[in-house]
Design a protein around this ligand. Structure first.
Ligand code: FA5
Length: 337
């Protein structure tokens, strides 16, 4: 009989325990389980039998310990066999049967935010009046947000407390988040010659306290038309046509004398809502000083401009009493539109 050390014997026992439990738990049906049983517990040439034969090669002192480990192994493999038999008798792993005839879970369909829908609708209406949609940057310099619009250095609209100025290196021109879309009028007139009909919709920012008609980030729709012979009558017709297309033929529009540094004369544009007048925006004839600032000849062309609050016209259209609801991200509210 070949001699064998106790360490080598115990290593054999460990390997067999691992192989046997893996094989028995992997058996998926009765023939596979029987094959595993024969491999490990077979009376003639099972692997347990071979290990049992090694016992005789242990030194006499090691034999009691070896025998104890062998018996434990035999018990463990027998238990694993019994567990596997039970598992197959119970019908294998418990797999939930799938009823393929049941209807599936339909994915919830989303849609565009009401403000985005409003923006697209405004662009569509204005394009039918010949106004092309253009974009401008949200981070602006002082020239485009103020100076070219005749808003001088001392004008209160430039107050740091009324704007979101950005931190820039000392000595460089301050930048800010634009406070109005009138910036785009300047950018377009600087690049192009009249005639012009453009509309620009985008975000603007003001440190206003949020309430039912104010939000610190909101959207404006800016319109600009520059053509020879343009008058206030054209401005009023375009705004009335826009209002009746967007809000319905029965909407009342009111023009109230006002002041903006970049239009002359200037008006506030109000729309009637539930017996009250709501200010929707400002408008006027482009001031000759602005036309000159962008290199136009105020003696040969004139133009009008307007800027309306998108949240307010959306609120009027959808019957929303508080514009903050547009930004609460409550799907129960948003899914209505
Ligand atoms: C302007 O911003 C001018 N640029 C409009 C203009 C354009 C005049 C072209 C002349 C020619 P005003 O500050 O009034 O004007 O803002 C216009 C509209 O933006 C307001 O009538 C209102 O509808 C909307 N608005 C202003 N502040 C807020 C705010 N915090 N939240 C929501 N809407 C606002």
């Amino acid at each position: 009989m070949a001699t064998v050390s106790l360490d080598a014997f115990l290593a054999e026992i460990d390997r067999l325990r691992i192989d046997a439990t893996a094989a028995l738990s992997a058996a998926v049906d009765a023939p596979a389980l029987e094959a595993a049983r024969v491999e490990f517990l077979g009376a003639k040439s099972g692997r347990l039998k071979s290990i049992q034969k090694l016992l005789g090669g242990l030194a006499a002192d090691d034999r009691p310990a070896g025998g104890r480990h062998f018996n434990e192994l035999k018990q463990a493999v027998s238990d694993a066999l019994e567990g596997a038999q039970q598992r197959l008798a119970d019908g294998g792993e418990s797999i939930e049967p799938i009823d393929v005839t049941l209807p599936g879970d339909p994915p919830r369909l989303g849609h565009l935010h009401p403000i985005t829908q409003t923006i697209r609708r405004v662009q569509e209406i204005m394009s039918r009046l010949g106004f092309e949609s253009v974009d401008g940057p949200e981070v602006e310099d002082q020239w485009h947000n103020f100076e070219a619009l005749a808003i001088g250095a001392e004008h209160p609209a430039r107050d740091p407390l009324d704007n979101f100025y950005l931190a820039v290196a000392q000595g460089t021109d301050p930048l800010l988040l634009r406070s109005q879309t009138s910036t785009v009028q300047i950018r377009v007139m600087e690049r192009r010659k009249p005639p012009l009909r453009i509309v620009s919709l985008g975000r603007v920012y003001r440190p206003d306290t949020a309430d039912a008609t104010h939000y610190p980030m909101f959207h404006q729709v800016e319109g600009l038309l520059v053509e020879p012979g343009t008058t206030m009558a054209h401005l009023k017709s375009v705004l009335r046509m826009f209002a009746s297309s967007f809000l319905g033929g029965d909407v009342h529009v009111r023009f109230r004398p006002s002041f903006f540094p970049f239009t002359e004369p200037s008006v506030e544009v109000d729309m009637e809502w539930g017996g009250r007048w709501i200010e929707m925006g400002g408008a006027g004839m482009v001031d000759p000083a602005v036309l000159e600032a962008v290199g136009y000849d105020p003696d040969s062309v004139s133009g009008f401009a307007f800027g309306l609050g998108v949240e307010r016209i959306a609120a009027r259209r959808y019957g929303v009493a508080d514009i903050r609801d547009f930004y609460r991200n409550d799907v129960r509210f948003l899914s209505q539109f």
